[in-house]
Design a binder for this molecule. Structure first.
Ligand SMILES: [Zn+2]
Ligand SMILES: [Zn+2]
Length: 350
C-alpha cells in the first residue's frame, strides 16, 4: 500500500510502498478515506515531544485524525462489520485502569495513541486494536473529511471547553491562537453560547475565526492583546484558552483573565519551551485563577459531540480549507514552522 513515511527526523516525509497491516483478533483494518493534518504531525516529524515521553521508532507512518471504511474485522470484534463507516478518536484506553473505569479513557494508564503507538492514517490502510473500545461509527450525514476533522483538534476543543472548564452561555472566552485547534475552540465556544474573542498574528486566520463565531478578533502583532481583552470584557475573560502552546500565548491567556477566571491549556509546547513556561504565580493566587489542562477526549464523550453535529449546531466540515494528496501533505507539514496554515487541511487523495 501507499503511505507517507517518516524515515528521518526533521526531514520531509516521502510517499513509499509499505506492507499492509495485519489483522489481529480484537482489531479492524480500516481503508482510510480521509486523514487530517495536525500541528502535532509537525512536532512528531521534528522529533519533538520526547520530554513528554513520546519517542517514535523509525521508519514510521504518522496520521492520528482519520476516518474510513471497515475493510477487515477480527473474530473477537462484535460492534463492527465490513463496510461500516467509522472514525477513530486517537487517544485509546485499555479499559481496566481506574481512569478508564471512571470514564477518562483519554488519560488511561496504559493508553495508546493512533499514529504514534502504531502506524496511522497517512497510509491507505490502518489497523486499530481493541476496535470495540476505540472505534466509533460515523453517521451517514457526516462526511469522511468532516469525520477526520473531529478525531483530534475538534474533540480536544469540545472536551476542554465542555467537560474541563465547563464554559457557560454568556461567558467571555479569549482564545489565544487561531490555527486548526484555536479555530475549533472559537467555533465550539460560540456554538455553546459563549462570547468569543480570538487572538492571532495572522489576519487570514482571524477572518476564519470570525466566520466561526468570534465576536471580536485581535491581531497580537499590531495591538496589545491582553489590554484589548480587558477593555472589551470590562475586566478580563471568564475563560482563556492557550490553543497554541508557546510562552507568549500561555502567559497572555493567563493575563487576560478576570478574577476567578479559568485558564484552559490545550496547546503542547514546542522545542523552545520543552514543556516549561514561566507563570505569574502571585496573580494566580490573588485573583483566584484556575489553571486547567485538557487532553484529547474520552471515547465515551464522542456521541455527545456527534449529536451536536447531526443537529446542525457544530460544523466541522466548514473548517476544512484544503483537501490534498499525500505528497502535498508532506509539504504542508514541513512548512508548519511558519504558522501559515489557517483552517484544517485533510488528505483525501491517495
Ligand atoms: Zn492532531
Ligand atoms: Zn485505562
Amino acid at each position: 500500500m501507499k503511505a507517507l513515511v517518516l524515515t528521518e527526523f526533521n526531514k520531509k516525509m516521502e510517499v513509499k510502498e509499505v506492507p499492509e497491516p495485519t489483522l489481529e483478533d480484537n482489531g479492524v483494518v480500516i481503508r482510510v478515506k480521509a486523514n487530517g493534518i495536525c500541528r502535532s504531525d509537525y512536532h512528531f516529524m521534528k522529533g519533538d515531544l520526547s520530554w513528554v515521553g513520546m519517542q517514535l521508532e523509525l521508519p514510521h507512518v504518522l496520521g492520528h485524525e482519520f476516518s474510513g471504511v471497515v475493510d477487515k474485522v477480527g473474530r473477537d470484534v462484535t460492534k463492527f462489520k465490513e463496510g461500516d463507516r467509522v472514525v477513530v478518536p486517537h487517544a485509546h484506553g485499555e479499559g481496566t485502569c481506574e481512569y478508564c473505569m471512571t470514564g477518562h479513557s483519554n488519560i488511561c494508564d496504559h493508553g495508546s495513541v493512533a499514529g504514534v503507538s502504531y502506524w496511522g492514517g497517512f497510509g491507505e490502510y490502518v489497523h486499530v486494536h481493541d476496535a470495540d473500545r476505540n472505534v466509533v461509527q460515523l453517521p451517514e450525514s457526516i462526511s469522511f473529511e468532516a469525520g477526520a476533522a473531529l478525531g483530534c483538534r475538534f474533540m480536544t476543543a469540545f472536551h476542554g471547553l465542555v467537560d474541563q472548564v465547563k464554559v457557560k452561555p454568556g461567558e467571555w472566552v479569549a482564545v489565544h491562537g487561531s490555527g486548526g485547534l484555536g479555530l475549533c475552540v472559537s467555533h465550539v465556544a460560540s456554538a455553546i453560547g459563549a462570547r468569543v474573542i480570538t487572538v492571532d498574528i495572522n489576519d487570514e486566520a482571524l477572518e476564519l475565526a470570525k466566520e466561526f463565531g468570534a465576536e471580536f478578533t485581535i491581531n497580537g502583532s499590531k495591538e496589545d492583546a491582553v489590554q484589548r481583552i480587558v477593555e472589551i470584557t470590562g475586566g478580563g475573560a471568564h475563560v482563556a484558552v492557550d490553543a497554541l502552546g508557546i510562552t507568549a500565548t500561555c502567559q497572555n491567556a493567563i493575563n487576560s483573565l478576570r478574577k476567578r477566571g479559568r485558564h484552559l491549556q490545550l496547546g503542547l509546547t514546542s522545542s523552545d519551551e520543552q514543556g516549561k513556561v514561566e507563570l505569574p504565580v502571585d496573580l494566580i493566587v490573588v485573583k483566584e485563577l484556575e489553571f486547567i489542562g485538557s487532553s484529547n477526549m474520552p471515547v465515551s464523550r464522542f456521541s455527545a459531540m456527534l449529536n451536536m453535529i447531526e443537529s446542525g449546531v457544530l460544523h466541522p466540515e466548514k473548517m476544512i480549507t484544503r483537501k490534498v494528496s499525500l505528497e502535498e501533505a508532506a509539504d504542508i507539514i514541513i512548512n508548519m514552522e511558519e504558522f501559515k496554515t489557517p483552517g484544517l487541511s485533510v488528505v483525501n487523495q491517495w
